[in-house]
Design a binder for this molecule. Structure first.
Ligand SMILES: Nc1nc2c(ncn2[C@@H]2O[C@H](COP(=O)(O)OP(=O)(O)O)[C@@H](O)[C@H]2O)c(=O)[nH]1
Ligand SMILES: Nc1ncnc2c1ncn2[C@@H]1O[C@H](COP(=O)(O)OP(=O)(O)O)[C@@H](O)[C@H]1O
Length: 212
């Protein structure tokens, strides 16, 4: 897949994946509130809106025909079928931000995360785990916007998804929300420092000063 996002794009790209109900959206939302330099990419999906979801806020809700047309136009950085629906990150959603040196977080499934890592090895992949299967089911039930049969599909798919955590750079267990949020903040902070150090390492001034 062609993309103009390269290893040298100045912004940091964070990818957060988790089984449905683990708390990914809640954690990313809280992280964004604390971090003005971070923006979340709004994905396209063929899934129907849930509860209070609004077009252009949680997702761009599109028909399958429109989604397939975007695939044909090579508009997506990555896309995947998840729980029977199509989801994708449009290149337009993130390119401009990254190019301006702003950090972007993608809330996507493991298939998309692994596609992004291939295209953009500098991306930081973070996997959120629930503390137990029982707690995962309880969270899906308590959220109250997902039908019982859909919860069962998501629980079954969660086994496959969790098995992919080993391909990620970091794993965060979301038992206590504040602890998991702290861990996420620490990862973002550490990756920024690492990236800044790499940039300095490459800079001519740094070399001239013989500091690298
Ligand atoms: N590959 C990919 N997955 C996505 C994208 N957007 C959302 N997803 C994933 O699709 C799955 C289902 O998301 P959603 O329907 O919002 O349900 P939820 O996980 O229960 O909140 C989750 O694993 C999301 O991370 C995307 O743009 N690309
Ligand atoms: N650490 C936690 N402890 C208890 N409940 C949580 C925790 N994190 C999230 N939740 C709740 O679990 C439900 C699922 O969280 P959500 O962020 O929608 O998950 P995801 O985006 O991974 O599907 C929501 O009702 C949320 O408020």
């Amino acid at each position: 897949m062609n993309t103009s996002i390269t290893h040298d794009s100045p912004g940091n790209l964070f990818v957060v994946a988790a089984p449905s109900g683990a708390g990914k959206s809640s954690l990313v939302k809280a992280l964004l509130e604390l971090d003005a330099k971070l923006a979340v990419s709004v994905s396209h999906t063929t899934r129907a809106p849930r509860g209070q979801e609004q077009d252009g806020r949680e997702y761009w809700f599109v028909s399958e025909a429109d989604f397939r047309a975007k695939i044909a136009h090579d508009d997506f950085l990555e896309w995947a079928q998840v729980h029977g629906n199509l989801y994708g990150t449009s290149k337009a959603a993130i390119e401009a931000r990254l190019a301006h040196g702003e950090d972007v977080v993608l809330e996507i499934d493991y298939q998309g995360a692994l596609q992004v890592k291939k295209l953009f090895p500098a991306a930081t992949l973070i996997f959120i785990l629930p503390p137990s299967w029982d707690e995962l089911r309880l969270r899906l039930q308590r959220r109250g916007d997902t039908q019982a049969d859909v919860i069962e599909t998501r629980m079954a798919n969660a086994r496959t998804e969790v098995a992919q955590a080993r391909h990620f750079d970091f794993v965060v267990v979301n038992a206590l929300f504040e602890t998991a949020l702290f861990d996420l903040k620490a990862i973002v902070h550490a990756q920024r420092l690492k990236y800044a150090a790499q940039l300095r390492h490459r800079s001519a001034v740094f070399q001239a000063l013989n500091l690298c």
